[in-house]
Ligand binder design. Structure first.
Ligand code: NI
Length: 185
């Protein structure tokens, strides 16, 4: 089922999301719906707060990048209760980001290149891994959603000033996009 995507101004996007118990009701269905919603809206990641749930569940697909990054062929993964437990900030990188919850806004964001992450996969198997490259970028963006943060919180004050009007319009539901959304009211 395709779910509406909550856009900035919806309070759930500013909440710290909670870990879920492994017997969380209809978890498989929720994850399947999140994948379907992400594919439909052509995102590379979707966090549960973006569909109105303040819980720590994220889906990521990098298959669309396989032409440039062959290692991401067929990469589709769900992350349950993910936590960044260590950050290697010796190297950072600036890349342009966008977000399904902030349609029309794209800004460069500086982030560390390597992070250590703990999570459960879809089969509820635990992982504890250092992650780098494009996946580390997308994970940091998605896991920010679980902390009540969005990528524009991480841009420079100057850039933030420059997109102030756009952000105001977004907060007032004055935008259009090609997928189903739940705007702030
Ligand atoms: Ni996002």
């Amino acid at each position: 089922m395709i779910l509406p995507i909550y856009t900035l101004g919806q309070p759930v996007l500013r909440k710290v999301a909670e870990d879920i118990p492994t017997d969380y009701p209809n978890l498989k269905e929720l994850i399947a719906d999140m994948f379907e919603t992400m594919y439909k809206s052509e995102g590379v990641g979707l966090a549960a707060p973006q569909i109105g749930k303040a819980i720590r569940v994220v889906v990521i697909t990098l298959d669309c990048l396989a032409e440039d990054f062959p290692e991401y062929k067929d990469f589709n993964a769900a992350y349950i209760n993910p936590h960044i437990v260590e950050v290697d900030d010796s190297e950072t990188e600036t890349m342009e980001e966008g977000c399904l919850s902030l349609p029309g806004i794209h800004e460069p964001v500086r982030r560390p290149k390597r992070i250590r992450v703990q999570w459960l996969d879809e089969e509820l198997q635990p992982h504890d891994e250092w992650v780098e490259g494009y996946l580390a970028r997308v994970m940091q963006h998605e896991f920010d959603h679980l902390e009540g943060k969005v990528f524009t919180d991480r841009i420079s004050p100057l850039r933030r000033q420059l997109i102030k009007r756009k952000m105001q319009a977004l907060l007032h539901g004055q935008f259009s996009c090609s997928y189903k959304v739940k705007m702030p009211r």
